[in-house]
Design a binder for this molecule. Structure first.
Ligand code: AHR
Ligand code: AHR
Length: 423
């Protein structure tokens, strides 16, 4: 693994017992473009998914934001055609969305949708466009291309449950005219539950399968990049593993002792307190994050400023709306409205109660990257930090396609002195 500027450059093998060197790298442009200038996908931040194993050993998963994707179109030893295969992954059951498609597994070598049966991958999320399970989701399903399947019915399998586990073991396997979906709480010993085991979906093109043998992580077969999720570990096998073999893997996972680790590595913020955030870049040390209507920018504020401006520059620290391990910042001036990012600009909007809003309004605290104060990163886009740029504020990465992702003065622009609120 090479860590480069907070991103995972190369990270995962699909070990076929001893590994085949099937490293997954930044996914290239497919039928759909990724966010990078050449149409490739973003790499994952290295700090988005910290955990501990075995009672304290720190480890990092792959936190996939929409736009992040990994792929190997020249993998060796992966099933093709209707050959048997199996795969498992340990995921964060609380990190998902309805975008297409948070997948890990077998996909097209071209990055294009080449037809039904050209994929066989773990899917995790609450996309119900193709198929669904019981309840509101999220569900483990199989992405077999042009469809996310929970069972033989292309529409619904009531035996495929909504998942609520923080750590979730997901398994998909397939062989001629037979496939299965199995899952379990990754923190508890015991066999995987079988959500489905039976014949291929009753739709033309899936029996026999036409697997191509590329590997994807975090994206659809055609490089659809709308999904989010977290991958901690996984493997793909040649051959159809028995349930007993999968259960032995699950016992091993449970014994590894996955546990959560703090997402905040900087000075703690006191929930309920009123704070101000002052810029530390040499241009701007009298400027604070303040709102004017829904626009959020840095403005010069002091103890002698007008009372209205003091309120506009004061923020109540709340437990993170989208993840209780991080924070949200409610406007003292406009209670019920929180700082949130929208197309990577920081804005102030009223809380509409949606999952999207909650996640856009959730930020985690690190020690300031320039050695001063705190740096505040987006929970949902861990490579993106609150940054002032021409006095406007964005969630910006250190280098990237937006003008506000400029590397010059980045560490200064993302470091803030957190003080008492003005109001
Ligand atoms: O099967 C669901 C998705 O449909 C695939 O991942 C993608 O290639 C196509 O858009
Ligand atoms: O700010 C990035 C994304 O833009 C947000 O997650 C979403 O609400 C908007 O589409």
């Amino acid at each position: 693994m090479i860590i480069k500027v907070f991103v995972f450059e190369v990270l995962i093998e699909a070990p076929l017992f001893f590994g085949r060197g099937n490293h997954l790298r930044r996914a290239p442009r497919g039928a759909f473009r990724g966010p990078e200038a050449d149409g490739s996908d973003n790499l994952a931040s290295a700090i988005g998914a910290p955990v501990t194993l075995g009672g304290g050993q720190r480890a990092y998963g792959v936190f996939v934001s929409p736009g992040t994707g990994y792929r190997n179109n020249a993998a060796r030893g992966i099933a093709v055609g209707d050959q048997p295969e199996g795969m498992y992954a340990v995921l964060d059951g609380t990190h998902y969305n309805a975008g297409c498609c948070f997948d890990y597994g077998n996909a097209e070598v071209s990055g294009n949708d080449t037809g039904n049966g050209h994929m066989e991958a773990i899917y995790y999320g609450d996309n119900a466009f193709w198929g669904s399970g019981a309840g509101p989701g999220p569900w483990l399903m199989a992405d077999l291309e042009n469809g996310l399947f929970s069972g033989r019915s292309p529409k619904n399998n009531p035996a495929d449950p909504s998942v609520s586990r923080r750590f979730f073991t997901a398994a998909v396997k397939g062989k001629p005219n037979q496939w299965a979906l199995r899952g379990a709480d990754a923190q508890r010993p015991g066999p995987l539950s079988t959500y489905f085991s039976g014949g291929r979906p009753a739709v033309a093109g899936y029996d026999p399968m036409s697997k191509e043998g590329a590997i994807v992580l975090g994206i659809g077969g055609d490089n659809s990049i709308g999904a989010q999720g977290t991958f901690y570990e996984g493997a793909m096998t040649a051959g159809y593993p028995s349930d007993a073999t999968e259960d032995a893997v699950q016992a091993n996972i449970a014994a590894a002792g996955y546990a959560t680790a703090s997402l905040n590595t900087g000075p703690r913020l006191a929930v309920g307190s009123s704070i101000s955030l002052r810029a530390t870049s040499s241009c701007c040390t009298t400027r604070y994050i303040a709102r004017s209507g829904s626009v959020v920018s840095t403005r010069v504020v002091s103890s002698s400023s007008a009372a209205a401006l003091k309120k506009q520059a004061s923020w109540t620290v709340r437990t993170g709306l989208g993840n209780g391990a991080c924070y949200s910042f409610e406007s003292v001036d406009a209670p019920g409205s929180f700082l949130r990012h929208h197309y990577f600009d920081l804005v102030l909007d009223a809380n509409d109660g949606s999952k999207q809003y909650a996640e856009d309004a959730t930020f985690c605290s690190l020690a300031g990257l320039n050695g001063q104060g705190n740096s505040i990163r987006s929970w949902s886009y861990p490579a993106r930090f609150l940054r002032h740029y021409h006095n406007n504020i964005h969630v910006a990465s250190n280098g990237g396609v937006h003008i506000f992702d400029a590397t010059a003065s980045y560490n200064d622009d993302v470091s803030w002195i957190i003080g008492a609120g003005f109001a």
